[in-house]
Ligand binder design. Structure first.
Ligand code: DQA
Length: 163
């Protein structure tokens, strides 16, 4: 959790975990006709813009390995108010990612840049989707902004805690 810069009393700012899985670190260069030209840095900036008015900060994590994503979830589980998760291809069979998210209590939104249901059959099921508070699919980088807005909305609905 990041400390707010202050002179007298420091209040910790809530963090949002922005978790991106395999092959998403090369967004912008990776099949731009499918995933668009926005880079992950652009997306991190967009999410930060959305949540800043609420005083939230973003903890961006991108890893190609499932184990490292699992580690990041456990590392940030008690210090984040919610998460935005693009599991990449781990949506298909990322069972340990799924189990880590099952133990992550705050709400989280699954995002896919592409419309996975309009693509190959193997992308039509997500093992993590049943656990998500919501899923945003097919709206490109804008989907991350919508996911951030969804977390803000859910938090406003339960102001005593984003659970
Ligand atoms: C993706 C869709 C997945 O099927 C694919 O494996 C990805 C990206 C998306 O954002 O559209 O890596 O999660």
């Amino acid at each position: 959790m990041v400390q707010a810069p202050c002179r007298t009393r420091c209040v910790p700012l809530p963090d949002v975990l922005l978790l991106n899985g395999p092959n998403l670190g090369v967004l912008g260069r990776r099949e731009p006709e499918i995933y668009g030209t926005d880079t992950l840095a652009d997306i991190e900036k967009a999410v930060a813009e959305e949540v800043r008015p609420r005083g939230w900060t973003v903890v961006p994590v991108q890893r190609d390995g499932e184990g490292e994503l699992v580690g990041a979830i456990h590392q940030h589980r008690d210090t984040t108010v919610g998460a935005i998760v693009n599991p990449g291809a781990l949506m298909i069979a990322g069972w340990s990612l799924r189990d880590a998210l099952a133990s992550y209590e705050p709400p989280w939104i699954e995002v896919h840049l592409s419309n996975v249901w309009a693509r190959e059959q193997f992308r039509h099921d997500s093992v993590i989707a049943p656990l998500a508070s919501g899923v945003v699919v097919g709206l490109g980088a804008f989907g991350y902004r919508l996911a951030a807005q969804a977390l803000l909305h859910l938090s406003a609905e339960s102001p005593n805690g984003l659970r």
